[in-house]
Design a protein around this ligand. Sequence first.
Ligand SMILES: [Zn+2]
Length: 296
Amino acid sequence: MAWFNKKDRGVKAEKRKNLPDGLWMRCDYCGEILYRKELERNLWTCNMCGFHFRIRSHDYVRILLDEGTFDEMDRDIQPVDMLKFKDSKKYTDRIKAYQAKTGMKEAILTGSGEIEGRKVTLAALEFSFGGGSLGSVMGEKIVRAVKYSLSTGNPFLIVCSSGGARMQEGILSLMQLAKTSVVLAQLREARIPFFSILTHPTTGGVSASFAFQGDLVIAEPKALIGFAGPRVIQQTIGQELPEGFQRSEFLLDHGMVDKIVSRKDLKSTVASLLSYFPTPHPTLSSGETRGASEKR
Ligand SMILES: [Zn+2]
């Protein structure tokens, strides 16, 4: 009834527009209305249900790495429209729009840094750049980052958040699944630790490749993780899906995820888990790694 009362008192829409924007946010998981400042203080996690809101790749650099240690690599490699692809928009226009929106050249950030004094290579996917989709440049940047780990012996960490393969690059995008898997196998042979951190959401081609290839697969609470969406699966198998299907907790119960870690404990947990692994020896000479030589 309040709405009618306001209308009767002649409150105009223009007045409402002056209210500060984005002060409150609704939790995607439990629907609770949350105070934005409080959310920010909680590292963007819901204090009612523990859902972890999506954050930027740069935020993970701040959360995971020791301050001032991050050294970004290959910042300026950007996608090329090899197939001259056009749907409702040209792919080149989409790339320009994503770049303007995020200030990044591609949907991934890679670099080296330290976690509690231990050197690591970190890659973090950027969902706000085209849904964190896996294209040729993302694949190449992952390969270079992994090769840097091979040349230095630094453990490799990747924070995943993606809708899957980048359809505008067609088969070139799907090839990245194999391309990244090859270097990650070399990492395994060299006994260099690789942790994969799955955040909301990690789906499609990314979940079908590097996301689940980590020596340890860590997930943030209540993240949506899976290959195909629940609706497609339900239609295919003709059955109701169990509650909590494709969420971190369900995957942990079914052995797909090793550990669920809250964002505020992420750095200390990763640091402690890394301490179980001995410092490996580098296996590539620096001349073999383009990633290392092109560090910026
Ligand atoms: Zn919530």
